[in-house]
Design a protein around this ligand. Structure first.
Ligand code: 28G
Length: 657
């Protein structure tokens, strides 16, 4: 028996305690089952799990402040001003309600009738999982003018809930601090940006609350920590404005509704921009439903129904002249919308459990959006006409796109037979080991061809900058030779699942890894971004399934006497200097690589392509709404925000300066 178990044993040891310990052990044995994974995602998930409890308290109407702090040692503190978790004795469990919430799996779930808690984000596992996966956790409750406290190690209480002080009677809330277990997580460093994105999103989805994020690891010249407060008075209306801020709006209004239909609260905001992409972000109980579901179906159905009727009623001549039948998707080009619903007992389906299954929600959303949209169109004929004109252009382009695509696929009738002439393919037929390098420039492409392993590495050289698909109509991609080469080399297919489907089917993907290899400079970063944009907009599944990577060529080769090392970052170089230097730069020779072309085939293999020594970055999409925002900023018309972003994130400035 360990010390902690003894303590538990001395207090009311009971069958339920054994269950608790078994439950927490199960979480520690198979953490990924409970929080998704044990890498960066899982680590950040712990914070969401705790914050979601505070959000639930806010949704119940008792809390409007949530303060999140990343402490110096990468522990996390979350404090809210809700009612405070009840601390009274729980007859059935023979312990304090607080201890139950903190130690029993799934406790705190469906307690309160009429709340929309799914809580714990996607996995809905509750704070006890966070506790189980933390070496230490401290909980404090401010309630009844008193401060109550309990501490845990790996989920096990160190003592029964005790009073540790007093506070103002009116001061209530809950404070949680936890130290993620480094023996469970592969990374333990929190990323400010990751938390920032989610907390910003939560503030938009739950208007009125104040959510702060403080990073005690980062201090400015005055010793002040990095801190931000997220707050939205207009909810998803403001969210859509934010998401659209890098695009040119078709008109300035946001079409907005906030209502309830058949017991389903619905908040929805719609804008149109002059672009061609559809950006619909849907949420159920604050969870991003990436795979869509009944609420999205209701939304799309209302949009098509109302706009089609409006177009037919008000401009039949224009429709006749265009000679094309308009389809649902024509209404969605340049659409940017957020829909957020609250569902009491949500059923999540689909591969990643992010597809809403509740049938009743479809009708509720359809009705609510239909009413709000009809009303808006009646009241705003000028804006309505802008939408209808855009829809007709979209329908015309869609027909052109199909023709272009068919002509491409005709050249390649069996799908997979015809590979692009520029592709140097690999010999292995085992696609699980095959890699495709997309290489910037013919000269680097040449070195890569000589340096590669012919068995499993294929090379496709790309000529300079590929088409910026972010700014182009969808079908333009299929008119670009470079893009078609990529598509054919990959073996992905368009329009197989549904003739006008905009996203690739990747069933016949010919490689396990697709690796973008570009120069380590601003131009190279731009090229890599253009290629990523193509993948993100046309083949998102390929990213979601983890096939897309970016190669990391070295920035320097540092040599001191007989020792030389490749340095991939400025930190690597500093480390080399400290290890071998004598304080002056005179003794060490530093060769800067400005481009892949400066390396010969052997060097390229050794530094960038050899699986044993290379560094690859896998491309992830953490947050779809934020990814859309970033891509539209990087690839859009506005120069200012892009420059700011690059200045903040650039790692190459030192080279190009
Ligand atoms: C600071 C970090 C995260 C929370 C509350 C408030 C209540 C609560 C939380 O109850 C379910 C229901 C009653 C035992 C509910 C307080 C009703 C009355 C609450 C949080 C189980 C849990 N008074 N605030 N849980 N109870 N904040 N913030 O976790 O029977 S969790």
């Amino acid at each position: 028996m360990t010390e902690e178990e003894k303590i538990i044993g001395e207090n009311n040891y009971s069958a339920s305690n054994i269950q608790v310990l078994e439950g927490l052990e199960a979480v520690r044995k198979r953490p990924a089952m409970y929080i998704g994974d044990i890498s960066e995602n899982g680590l950040h998930h712990l914070v969401y799990e705790v914050v979601d409890n505070a959000i639930d308290e806010a949704m119940a109407g008792y809390c409007d402040r949530i303060d999140v702090t990343i402490n110096d040692d990468n522990s996390i503190t979350v404090q809210d001003n809700g009612r405070g978790i009840p601390v009274d004795y729980h007859e059935k469990e023979k312990k304090s309600a607080l201890e139950v919430v903190m130690t029993v799996l799934h406790a705190g779930g469906k307690f309160d009738k009429g709340s929309y808690k799914v809580s714990g984000g996607l996995h809905g596992v509750g704070v006890s999982c966070v506790n189980a996966l933390s070496t230490h956790m401290t909980t404090q409750v401010f309630r009844n003018g008193k401060i109550y406290q309990q501490e845990y190690e790996c989920g096990k209480p160190l003592y029964a809930v005790k009073e540790v002080g007093s506070c103002d009677l009116g001061f209530t809330g809950t404070k949680q601090t936890f130290w993620p277990d480094g023996s469970i997580f592969t990374v333990t460093e929190y990323k400010y940006e990751t938390l920032q994105t989610r907390l910003r999103e939560l503030a938009y989805l739950n208007k009125g609350i104040y959510i702060s994020l403080t990073d005690l690891r980062v201090k400015d010249e005055d010793g002040m920590p990095r801190k931000e407060v997220f707050h939205s008075e207009e909810g998803v209306k403001e969210f859509v404005r934010y998401l659209n801020s890098n695009n040119t709006p078709l008109f300035n209004d946001v079409i907005y509704l906030n209502t309830e239909k058949t017991g389903v609260p619905i908040e929805c905001a719609i804008m149109y921009n002059t672009g061609y992409r559809e950006n619909l972000h849907s949420y159920v109980n604050n969870i991003n439903t990436k795979e869509g579901g009944t609420h999205e179906a209701g939304f799309r159905s209302a949009l098509t129904r109302v706009l089609k009727k409006y177009a037919e009623d008000t401009c039949p001549k224009a429709l006749e002249k265009a000679k094309v039948e308009i389809a649902g998707e024509d209404f969605r080009e340049g659409l940017i919308a957020v829909i957020s619903v609250k569902v009491a007992e949500p059923q999540f389906e689909g591969q990643t459990k992010t597809k809403l299954g509740n049938n009743e929600v479809s009708g509720a959303v359809n009705q609510a959006v239909g009413e709000a949209l009809s009303y808006y169109l009646e009241e705003h004929p000028k804006e309505a006409k802008l939408i209808v004109d855009k829809v007709i252009v979209a329908a015309t382009a869609r027909v052109a796109a199909r023709k272009a695509r068919e002509s491409v696929q005709r050249k390649n009738p069996l799908g997979g037979g015809g590979l692009p002439g520029k592709l140097a393919d690999c010999s292995s037929k085992n696609k699980d080991i095959c890699e495709l390098f997309l290489v910037e420039g013919d000269s680097a492409g040449g070195s890569a061809k000589s340096g590669r392993s012919r068995e499993f590495q294929a090379i496709l050289p790309l000529r300079g900058k590929i088409l910026n698909v972010e700014k182009a109509m969808w079908h333009k991609a299929f008119e670009s030779e470079e893009v078609n080469n990529i598509i054919q080399a990959l073996g992905v297919r368009f329009g197989v699942d549904d003739e006008d489907s905009k996203q690739a089917n990747i069933d016949k993907l010919r490689y396990d890894k697709v690796i973008i290899m570009a120069d380590a400079d601003v131009d190279g970063a731009h090229i890599a971004t253009l290629i990523m944009t193509l993948f993100y907009r046309y083949m998102p599944e390929l990213i979601e399934e983890g096939h897309l990577y970016i190669a990391q060529p070295p920035l320097y080769k540092c040599t001191k006497g007989k020792v030389s090392e490749y340095c991939y970052t400025d930190e690597d170089r500093k480390a080399f200097m400290e290890k071998y230097g004598d304080g002056t730069e005179s003794g060490i020779h530093t060769q800067r690589y400005k481009g892949l072309g400066e390396m010969n085939a052997d060097q390229l293999w050794e530094t960038t392509m050899d699986p044993a020594t290379r560094r690859l970055k896998q491309v992830h999409v953490e947050n779809a709404a934020e990814a859309d925002y970033i891509f539209s900023m990087l690839m859009g018309d506005e120069v200012g925000p892009r420059r700011d972003f690059i200045e903040q994130h650039a790692t190459y400035a030192n080279i190009d300066a």
